[in-house]
Design a protein around this ligand. Structure first.
Ligand SMILES: C[S@@+](CC[C@H](N)C(=O)[O-])C[C@H]1O[C@@H](n2cnc3c(N)ncnc32)[C@H](O)[C@@H]1O
Ligand code: SF4
Length: 459
């Protein structure tokens, strides 16, 4: 597909809208102009011409840019939706944070539902967003200085076929672990001065439990003085894959005050687990889950819709099984295939007719089982243009997930491939600082990273 426009800053927006469709035109030509309070968008789709006029009251440059983007994208979406006779669940919205957009509309005194309907978002998704905003009441907080601490442990027992996270099988990276843990110690020591009002600590991956117990103990020891700044804060370890769980590791977490963990089956079918290269069974999951409960953790379970050969019926049964465990949180992901994932080489575009049924079924089952949706986000190349949604039992929502998804809180992220964010509430802006992705470069640049991160959070 070739796309040309006279307005270069609209190029990515238009491409994002066109990429929502599995079938695409060969050429899209676009021209934009603004005259007498009217936004004109002219398109030629494979040579066929269309013109649109939209009126919009413009009082400043920011609003002008917003409407310029909105109308161009909406009109292209509508054209392609009609041409290929297909509607997307999120309509012309291509951003990864629908709830953040809803909050922005609310802050402007507008009803977000009006904008979402105008952009073609389906009724079910408008209701989903409305429910999420309700669940977030009392947790969502926009205040300068609120901080989440993230510690990155990009190690995994083996690489799952669908995963594009920057993480490697631990046998290939084991040699870097001592130097990596040294670097983390130094970052965590330097971070003590940078933390504001600590809301949560999240040790994530990869698979933190891929580390040995003594290695994990070192990370927890170095994190302890930061957690001590607010012992009431939420403390999560994304322990991860059931095949690396042990009572020793769980006991260690409990001794350091960790109160939440993730035990992720992804699917409740042994056949699927084998196909996606996860080296554990459903029985391993139950064992890890039950042991985690014994230690009193709040537990999250991750599932993925759209895994190899899984039917909607099999997926629904999996959601039922997940709900039956009584887990406090269940996160339902939709398969997203990015480069870096082994599965991507085998499938270029996922057959996604069933995905929307799977998502609809998961919503119904979890709702009936007493779960409420508490955060949602979208990713590129996600099957059926759906989303990932976290569900929670009452009072158990993960504050870290909300703070990070809504981008209301500073994220002080340490380790390789950690992206720190600083939120400037009054100015309505957000800045990012990313550390090096690969272990070797991260370790080699640790002095510079510490200096730069201090500057990033202090100046
Ligand atoms: C950063 S991973 C860490 C979890 C942990 N390592 C594990 O596998 O149990 C977080 C979650 O992202 C989801 N995920 C990873 N790759 C995905 C993909 N390609 N599409 C959809 N969800 C994905 C999985 O549900 C996974 O549990
Ligand atoms: S899904 Fe989890 S365990 Fe599998 S490769 Fe990705 S981060 Fe590692």
């Amino acid at each position: 597909m070739q796309l040309t426009t006279n307005c270069t800053f609209l190029e990515n927006e238009l491409l994002d809208a066109a990429r929502l469709f599995q079938t695409r035109p060969q050429t899209i030509e676009h021209a934009f102009r603004f005259e007498g309070g009217v936004f004109y968008n002219d398109f030629a789709i494979d040579g066929e011409r269309y013109s649109f006029k939209d009126e919009g009251q413009v009082c400043d440059e920011i609003l002008f840019k917003r409407l310029e983007r909105r109308f161009a994208k909406l009109r292209l979406y509508e054209l392609l939706s009609k041409k290929y006779d297909v509607k997307m669940p999120w309509g012309a919205l291509t951003g990864i944070r629908p709830t953040k957009l809803a909050y922005a509309e609310k802050e402007r005194g507008e009803d977000f539902k009006k904008l979402f309907a105008q952009m073609g978002v389906c009724d079910e998704n408008i209701s989903l967003v409305e429910r999420i905003l309700q669940t977030q009441e009392g947790i969502y907080e926009k205040k300068d200085g609120n901080t989440e601490l993230f510690v990155s442990l990009p190690f995994c027992p083996t690489k799952c076929a669908y995963c594009s996270f920057i993480t490697a099988p631990i046998e290939k990276t084991r040699a870097y672990i001592p130097a990596y843990l040294d670097a983390l110690d130094r970052e965590l020591l330097a971070a003590r001065e940078l933390v504001g009002n600590l809301r949560g600590v999240y040790i994530g991956g990869g698979t933190p439990f891929a580390l040995q117990t003594d290695e994990l103990a070192r990370v927890l020891r170095s994190t302890a003085p930061l957690f001590a700044l607010n012992p009431q804060a939420e403390y999560t370890v994304e322990a991860g894959r059931p095949d690396v769980f042990s009572e020793d590791k769980l006991k260690l977490l409990r001794d350091f005050g960790v109160n939440r963990i993730c035990v992720n089956p992804q699917t409740f079918s042994d056949e699927t687990l084998q196909k996606i290269g996860r080296k554990h069974t459903v029985a391993d999951f139950y064992k890890a889950y039950e042991t985690s409960e014994k230690y009193g953790f709040t537990v999250n379970i991750d599932l993925i819709a759209g895994l190899t050969d899984e039917t909607p019926e099999a997926f629904s049964k999996g959601v039922e099984s997940a709900a039956k465990t009584g887990a406090d949180n269940i996160t339902v992901h939709c398969l997203s295939l990015k480069s870096g994932a082994k599965l991507k080489e085998e499938i270029s575009y996922i057959e996604n007719e069933d995905i929307s049924d799977m998502i609809a079924a998961s919503r119904k089952i979890l709702d009936e089982r007493g779960y409420s949706p508490y955060y949602t986000y979208r990713q590129k190349y996600q099957a059926g243009n759906n989303e990932n949604t976290g569900w929670t039992k009452e009072g158990k929502a993960c504050v870290y997930n909300i703070d990070v998804m809504e981008e209301t809180t500073d994220n002080l992220a340490v380790g390789a491939n950690a992206i720190s964010k600083r939120v400037y509430t009054k100015e309505g802006k957000l800045e990012r600082f990313a550390s090096q992705k690969d272990l070797k470069t991260y370790i080699a640049n640790i002095d510079e990273i510490i200096v730069k991160k201090r500057k990033f959070f202090k100046e």
